[in-house]
Design a binder for this molecule. Structure first.
Ligand code: GH3
Ligand code: MG
Ligand code: MG
Ligand code: MG
Length: 297
């Protein structure tokens, strides 16, 4: 397992040395000598935990912590203040800006190591819970919670760049008949194969395929224009058909097929996840209405 990384932020090099010495056996250590430097470093790689001095020339530790907590990508990194300020008011302020712990100098090295271990472990468990909560157990894909988490930040990112986004909704055709005919366990197996096939059609690292619910899937395709999305969706449709999984009661043809609806556009600041989902859903409705096993935009 990869060793967790700890960022030590302190304007006094001797403090960094003392803390580094007790932690370097178990952790990767990196350090920053100012708040500004610390913020630049956490952007480049997100550490598993930060030990943060408060009194520093320039930006103080409270300000650094506030910055971190406002950044959705960094707000979950635990911060422990390590400081000479030992008034209760300072400590209360430390927790108010979002720290998980507050340790006063002079540092008790062994106690610091115990606190760090606890907070790293708690963070690991939180991450595990978050992963579980956002993963669909049947297919291993992200679930609707994951979609709700990903879409807003992806839209913000693409809107800043004035970039294209395509969003695809995919629904298995006549799947109720499939379950009725072959049974629920076979239906589950079919959904797994469909999921794998959809994922294998995606090639870019930023493309994401999720299980939206039931027999519905969704794909987020950043930086993909309408013709790119049409190409991918058509490939998906064809590949599922080519699996040639029997569904003899289907009204389309006696195979498992999917219908796909695409929403494509240049992201604007006014776009919301709901609008993208509604637009793709509307196109999917058309695909169903006009015979299924089709792609509509
Ligand atoms: P349409 O072509 O209009 O999409 O028809 P459909 O039968 O696919 O749609 P409908 O919404 O009527 O039925 C969806 C079916 O998908 C019903 C439900 O039992 C099945 N389903 C949803 N989730 C699961 C699952 O996790 N496992 C299995 N086996 N079946 C599921
Ligand atoms: Mg200091
Ligand atoms: Mg459905
Ligand atoms: Mg269906």
């Amino acid at each position: 397992m990869k060793r967790p990384t700890i960022l030590i932020v302190d304007d006094e090099i001797s403090n960094i040395e003392i803390m580094g010495a007790v932690l370097e056996e178990q952790y990767e250590i990196c350090f920053a000598r100012s708040g500004e430097e610390a913020l630049a470093m956490v952007q480049a790689f997100s550490p598993d935990l930060i030990l943060l001095d408060i009194v520093m020339p320039g930006m103080d530790g409270y300000a650094v912590c506030r910055h971190l907590k406002q950044d959705p990508d960094l707000s979950q990194v635990p911060v422990i203040f390590t400081t000479g300020l030992n008034h209760t008011d300072d400590e209360v302020q430390g927790f108010a800006v979002g720290a998980v712990d507050y340790v006063t100098k002079p540092i008790q090295p062994i106690a610091l190591r115990s606190r760090v271990r606890n907070h790293i472990e708690l963070k690991r468990m939180r991450d595990q819970f978050a992963d579980l909560a956002m993963t669909d157990p049947l297919t291993g894909l992200g679930n609707r919670r994951m979609l709700e988490q990903l879409m807003p930040s992806e839209i913000r990112r693409l809107a800043r760049q004035g970039e294209w986004l395509s969003f695809v909704m995919i629904d298995v055709d006549c799947f109720k008949q499939f379950n009725d005919e072959y049974g629920h366990p076979e239906g589950d197996r079919c959904l797994r194969v469909v999921a794998t096939t959809l994922v294998e059609t995606l090639s870019r690292s930023h493309d994401v395929c999720l299980r939206y619910g039931g027999e519905e899937f969704a794909c987020i395709l950043p930086e993909t224009d309408a013709s790119g999305a049409l190409h991918i969706a058509e490939q998906m449709r064809q590949r599922i058909e080519d699996l040639a999984i029997p569904n003899k009661a289907s009204t389309v043809r006696p195979l498992v097929t999917v219908s796909l609806g695409i929403a494509s556009g240049i992201c604007g600041t006014e776009s919301t996840p709901d609008r993208w989902i509604a637009a793709a859903d509307e196109a999917l409705y058309q695909a169903k209405h006009f015979g299924r096993n089709k792609v509509f935009m």
